[in-house]
Design a binder for this molecule. Structure first.
Ligand code: FM0
Length: 332
């Protein structure tokens, strides 16, 4: 039997309503629904080759063969498909992350969405995107949302079958995002460990859940009305509330650094001067600024007064996953 090949590109996403906490760690079922914006600037390209003549899976990231402890994660992920479909042979996975190292963004969201898409294509599984998002979810929760472009909701669902992504809006109404890289070192506490500690120990956690569901409902309304100010205000407030839960954990922790606060102050002052820009932060010190696409370049100039130009990356709204041809892959 011949080799089967699939190649897929998936973009990363930034949550505007955060996913923070699991109710099932094996199935990656979240405590709350979340909502994100897919970014054009950062993506992963992944090629999957099923080879019936091979018996051991292999994994190459940016042309470098990965150690067994990394390859095991890939095997565990592909095994989810192997349980439901008949897949022939071992798999070779080759991935390229197009995430500027300066961005300091985690790539697990785009990585597992691209891998799910490439498996689907290689083995001709014809899994439709919503179902595919439940597979991506099992690699990393945030990967659920990277199957689609624009604004995407990850509905927490009632079971593994319906905890999936749903496209909300293609965000083609003057939306952009600025990534301000504060520190690109690997963080001390992963988001996985951080959310687990928060769920287990923070007395603020129940309030987070109630509040996140309310924020989500209001944000969906703001998106429907294309009300940018409301969208931004909810984004900023929701992110801050997530970070507040961490200060209540035992032991308490925070991902913030002095420069994160400097960035927050700068964005607030820009807002006072009439610009529509709002902060969100994930499990790290880097700051993401939701803004109007039409104001992005001006905002970059303003930020350059306080931060190095290499720290500031502008992104358009990103699309859904898509297949790449062998030619596109070779041209990378
Ligand atoms: O993206 O344990 O997906 O909604 O980025 O792999 O399921 O890396 F701010 C934190 C992402 C968490 C919010 O967590 O965890 C968001 C966060 P996994 P992820």
């Amino acid at each position: 039997m011949s080799k089967q090949i699939g190649i897929c590109r998936a973009h990363t996403n930034i949550a505007l309503i955060k996913y923070w906490g699991k109710r099932d760690e094996v199935l990656f079922l979240p405590m709350n629904s979340s909502l994100s914006l897919t970014l054009a600037a950062f993506y992963t390209d992944t090629k999957v080759t099923f080879d019936p003549s091979q018996t051991i899976d292999s994994f190459f990231l940016n042309n470098k063969k990965q150690a067994p402890q990394e390859t095991i994660k890939i095997t565990a992920f592909i095994d989810l498909f192997r349980q439901n479909y008949s897949l022939k042979g071992a798999v070779k996975v080759e991935s390229h992350n197009h995430v500027p190292t300066a961005a300091g963004l985690a790539s697990s969201a785009s990585a597992f969405a691209a891998l799910a898409g490439a498996v689907n294509q290689a083995a001709h599984l014809n899994i439709e995107p919503t179902l595919l998002s439940t597979y991506a979810r099992r690699g990393s929760g945030s990967a659920t949302r990277s199957i689609f472009g624009g604004f995407v909701e990850w509905q927490k669902g009632t079971s593994s079958a319906d905890s999936c992504a749903v496209p909300i809006d293609d965000a083609d109404w003057d939306i952009g995002m600025i990534i301000l890289a504060i520190n690109t070192q690997k963080k001390e506490l992963s988001s996985r460990a951080g959310m687990k500690l928060t769920v287990a120990t923070s007395p603020f956690y129940p309030a987070w859940i109630t509040s996140a569901e309310k924020d989500l409902a209001e944000m969906k309304q703001a998106i429907q009305q294309q009300d940018f100010q409301k969208l931004g205000e909810i984004t900023e407030a929701n992110g801050m509330k997530m970070h507040a839960t961490m200060l209540g954990a035992n032991p308490p922790f925070s991902y913030w650094e002095p420069d994160s606060i400097r960035a927050i102050k700068k964005v607030k002052s820009l807002r006072k001067n009439g610009f529509m820009c709002y902060i969100t932060m994930d499990a790290g010190p880097n700051v993401k600024i939701l803004c109007k696409h039409s104001e992005m370049k001006f905002l970059k100039k303003e930020l350059e007064k306080e931060f190095a130009s290499e720290q500031i990356i502008l992104s358009d709204v990103g699309p859904a996953i898509r297949s790449l041809s062998e030619k596109e892959w070779l041209d990378l």
